[in-house]
Design a protein around this ligand. Structure first.
Ligand SMILES: C[S@@+](CC[C@H](N)C(=O)[O-])C[C@H]1O[C@@H](n2cnc3c(N)ncnc32)[C@H](O)[C@@H]1O
Length: 297
């Protein structure tokens, strides 16, 4: 199944304020945002795209043949080694994984189909979910499940993982899913493994760390007045985005006078855009999306 873009119209309405400008899609995925940007910008416009997943980059190379477009295999947190002195009119980040990750059992992201327990977006670096789960201390596993999955039964699940790996290494998505289902009761309509799989994926890819790093580097790659559009899919990401762009001045006590040494870098253009009911109906994955838009002052 192809990746269905989230908040496509809304994000591009804010992003593309100069049709002859240069744009940067830091999360290419299957390129739905990128392809639409290329449709809308003029012949003088350019688009650079980045993805840490080499399948995404290969997809871009094979499917987009346009002299205005370039794609790079890299982590977005390494943006400074890709673009040195370049500045863009707009940058978009559509965070997390693609539905194509979930649809491909061999990538190990889904508890619904059996595959090797990998979960890395970049399979050529870092450690797989299986390597981590079979070696990490029980407390570390519990802490990660709680911190990144807000899983209340984190201790029970971590204990079941450790007991199970003493008998046999946990190697597949279904083995892990069965361990979790055996450890906790099903509550609500979500699968019992939903939160744990999210947490493990965030940990294995160190997602929140890379997000913080790229946010701290964006300013130097945005022209004055340039726009940054960020779509998050869970509250941990959205909180980082919201806090990062809070006007610096607010961090000072009210009684300190405002003076020019308090530099404010961004203006908030749009606080919290959510998908419409119609979008959620046609693409249920969009239901947790929140978009925020800022421009560089
Ligand atoms: C939600 S998808 C983007 C979908 C895309 N907007 C589209 O329309 O097809 C997120 C993509 O970002 C990539 N990604 C996630 N974290 C990344 C990072 N730190 N650096 C580079 N790419 C990353 C993932 O591999 C995935 O392909």
């Amino acid at each position: 199944m192809l990746h269905v873009p989230v908040l496509l119209e809304e994000s591009l309405d804010f992003l593309l304020h100069n049709l002859s400008g240069s744009y940067l899609d830091l999360t290419f995925g299957r390129g739905s945002h990128s392809q639409e940007i290329l449709k809308r910008i003029s012949l003088n416009g350019t688009l650079d795209a980045v993805d840490r997943d080499k399948d995404a980059v290969l997809y871009g190379k094979e499917n987009i043949n346009d002299s205005r477009f370039s794609i790079h295999h890299s982590n977005y947190s390494e943006i400074d080694s890709l673009f040195l002195n370049k500045q863009f009119d707009g940058i978009i980040l559509d965070l997390g994984i693609c539905s194509t990750h979930l649809d491909e059992p061999s990538r190990g992201f889904s508890f619904q189909s059996n595959g090797p327990l990998d979960m890395r977006m970049n399979t050529s670096s870092g450690f797989s979910a299986s390597e981590w789960l079979n070696s990490a201390p029980e407390k570390e596993i519990a802490d990660i499940l709680y911190k990144y999955g807000e899983e209340k039964a984190s201790r029970k699940i971590a204990n079941a993982i450790v007991e199970s790996r003493e008998i046999k290494f946990i190697e597949t998505t279904i083995e892990l899913s069965n361990i979790i289902q055996g450890a906790i009761k099903r509550t609500g309509k979500n699968h019992p493994a939903t939160k744990s799989f999210q947490a493990i994926r965030i940990h294995v890819n160190n997602e929140l760390y890379h997000l913080k790093i790229v946010l701290s580097k964006l300013e130097q790659f945005l022209k004055l007045g340039g726009t940054v559009v960020i779509i998050s899919f869970h509250s941990l990401e959205d909180r980082i985005v919201k806090n990062f762009f809070k006007p610096e001045i607010k961090t000072f006590p009210k009684d300190i006078p405002i003076n020019s040494s308090f530099k404010q870098t961004y203006r908030c253009i749009k606080k919290k855009v959510r998908p419409s009911i119609d979008e959620i109906k046609t693409n249920p994955r969009s239901r947790s999306a929140v978009m925020r838009v800022f421009s560089r002052l």
